[in-house]
Ligand binder design. Structure first.
Ligand code: HGY
Ligand code: MN
Ligand code: MN
Length: 403
């Protein structure tokens, strides 16, 4: 099958899956949500047609193996879950390209197998803990994570059982013996490749990230009868803190900080907010700088609270250090892309950063037109997908050629 057919079909499949959503008219598909069943059915069928043995593991990762059991194995993977009101390509593109690479291997005899994995949970939306799928595969998912609770009070363990899976079989999700490499295709989700006029980029490292939950506890009260000087307004404290977060990040090169989710209670226009819970996402390629700023931002919240008699608490949801990808695997990828392909750091987190400490890993970025992602306008160019597919096939064949 020609590359253009392959790339056309990759994009069509991504768009088809984008319609499988918890919310009509947009793409929202969180960990083990109902639409994930239909995703497993369709992607599993595509895998089976490509002569892959298909299974779903204990945390809902969709697994397709092409080649004999017992052979050394290359893994090509990314995630199937999405953020709310997402685009069609974040995560899913990497799984569809993995299947497309295997489709191109039809009739080829390799001395190793290829496993394509669609991870069930990378974004960390439902349980506020990202990477549950890839953590199960590399064996770093702990009991504590099974007890995490979603907004409806459902634990990870119950969610797994409700989906018809058995958390007791978590151990079977571990990578097979003999896995020698990991490749992830992913959209860049930023403006860099487009600004360079380049289709593809090779990822050398992924920045570290800290995700926290900040709680501001004041006193709910009547908006009309409570004089300003007698208030303990949780939202006013949080608002002052947020402006400080933005100013701090603007003042430090390479630092990004985001308050993406705010819950205000009781949430009525004529009631002074008594409680605010806000997310904080801080990233930088140097861990020490990131950690220093996290401390600075938590202290900023405490000061803003103190001035108003508002208590402040913080809870770390994720502390993920920066990860350098495997040099040799990355060199192999550069050999497949051609020597002048840009090498870059990823500002986004990806499953590759969970897998890399356990398996030699490489990552290939595709240009994000408009530099937009985590948004319905997220896109890819068909020519870029065709180029990425060609690189993927060359990368895989390179192992066979003993390069
Ligand atoms: O948030 C991230 O970095 C990724 O898109 N999950
Ligand atoms: Mn994402
Ligand atoms: Mn992603």
């Amino acid at each position: 099958m020609g590359l253009e057919v392959g790339s056309e079909r990759v994009i069509a499949r991504c768009r088809e899956l984008a319609a499988l959503s918890e919310v009509a008219g947009e793409t929202t598909r969180t960990f083990l949500s109902e639409p994930m069943r239909e995703v497993h059915a369709r992607v599993g069928a595509w895998m089976a047609t490509a002569e892959m043995r298909v299974s779903i593991d204990a945390v809902g990762n969709l697994r397709g193996v092409w080649g004999d059991e017992g052979l050394p194995r290359l893994v090509i993977a990314s995630h199937l879950d999405t953020v709310p009101n997402a685009g069609a390509f974040d995560g899913v593109l990497g799984v569809m390209l993995g299947i497309a690479v295997v489709e191109r291997l039809e009739g080829v005899r390799l001395g190793f197998a290829v496993e394509v994995i669609g991870f069930s949970e990378e974004e960390g939306i439902r349980f506020r803990r990202p990477f549950l799928g890839s953590m199960a595969v590399v064996g770093t998912l702990e009991e504590a994570e099974l007890g995490l609770v979603d907004a409806g009070g459902v634990t990870v363990e119950r969610a797994i059982r409700r989906f018809g899976l058995d958390p007791g079989r978590m151990g079977e999700a571990r990578l097979a013996r003999g896995v020698f490499g990991y490749l992830e295709f992913h959209i860049e989700q930023g403006p860099v490749l487009e600004s360079m006029g380049r289709a593809l980029g090779v990822v050398s490292a992924l920045v570290g990230q800290t995700r926290l939950e900040m709680t501001f506890t004041g006193q709910a009260n009547h908006a009309g009868t409570t004089p300003m000087e007698l208030r303990r307004d949780a939202m006013a404290a949080a608002a002052e803190w947020m402006v400080g977060v933005e100013a701090g990040a603007r003042g430090c090169a390479g630092l990004v900080a985001t308050v993406g989710r705010v819950e205000i209670s009781p949430g009525a226009g004529n009631v002074i907010p008594g409680r605010v819970v806000a997310s904080l996402d801080v990233r930088h390629e140097v861990d020490e700088i990131r950690r220093e700023w996290v401390g600075e931002m938590v202290r900023g919240a405490e000061h803003a609270g103190k001035r108003r008699g508002v208590g402040v608490g913080s809870r770390v949801l994720l502390e993920q250090g920066a990860v350098a990808l495997d040099r040799e695997m990355t060199e192999r990828l550069r050999a497949a892309t051609g020597p002048d392909v840009p090498v870059m750091t990823s500002g986004a987190g990806h499953d590759a950063m969970i897998v890399a400490p356990h398996v030699a890993s490489a990552m290939l970025f595709l240009r994000s037109p408009g530099g937009i992602s985590h948004h319905p306008d997220e896109a890819v160019l068909e020519g870029d997908v065709a180029e990425a597919l060609e690189v993927g096939v060359r990368f895989v064949m390179g192992f066979e050629a003993g390069e």
